[in-house]
Design a binder for this molecule. Sequence first.
Ligand SMILES: [Zn+2]
Ligand SMILES: [Zn+2]
Length: 265
Amino acid sequence: MASDQQKQILQYLLYKPLVSLKDLEKIYAAAYERQGRGEEIRDLVRSLNDLLKPAQLGIKSRLCEDNNEEYFALINMIESEAAKHTSEFSPAEFELFKWVLKEIVSSESGSVSSIDCINQSSYIQKLTKTDAQKALDKFLASQWLNEREGEVSLTVRALLELEPLLKKLDEDLQNCKICNKLAVKKVACPNCGAKFHRYCISKLKLKCPACHRVWRSLEEESTPSQMSLSQTLSQTSNPSTSQVPNRRNGGIRRGRSHMESDDSE
Ligand SMILES: [Zn+2]
Ligand SMILES: [Zn+2]
């Protein structure tokens, strides 16, 4: 039986598709009238998961590939159920949604410009530009996608819930060699090509944990086919100074004006 405090926290998780660790700590403090940190939060999540198990629901957490913060989401543990949420989308919207996901996972930057998303409507039957804009708003409201400075990328919720779909859309998707979780926004070792989350690799010295090659510097070791490490490790790089090269061969990118660049943050 759930306690009143547990019910209060569950209500919050039901209402908000994504909850940061900081928010969860705040809710914990409000419910229990004392601060909860670290192990207390883990214990809470464990106890809630025990309660949710019979309903095949669970609270999962993951680090955000953008800001390195931990987020929690109450998700359906039945794989096919996550896909059912997309039943709110019309067939044309779903086609666009799949295209957006595929573009994101196959891009070097782990994102796609919102302009490209809208322009893709030209290639989808029964989808006008206005429809595409509305559809994009819907995807953002679902909290599977987020948009920052005109670039659309996956949320932690998408990584948690849509991983099987993402792996189906791009068979080359790899797990991070350090934490063994799916890496969409990633950096690659210039020597062996192993992929890593930037937050995982930034914890290490400049040495590939897969092949042990020591990288001379962040600058020198980046190759044209990979995102510059300094660029991805730095949160403050100037987009105009660096150009992320082409997406993989066969990547479909249409309707993009030459003014747009493929820069990551
Ligand atoms: Zn990792
Ligand atoms: Zn390597």
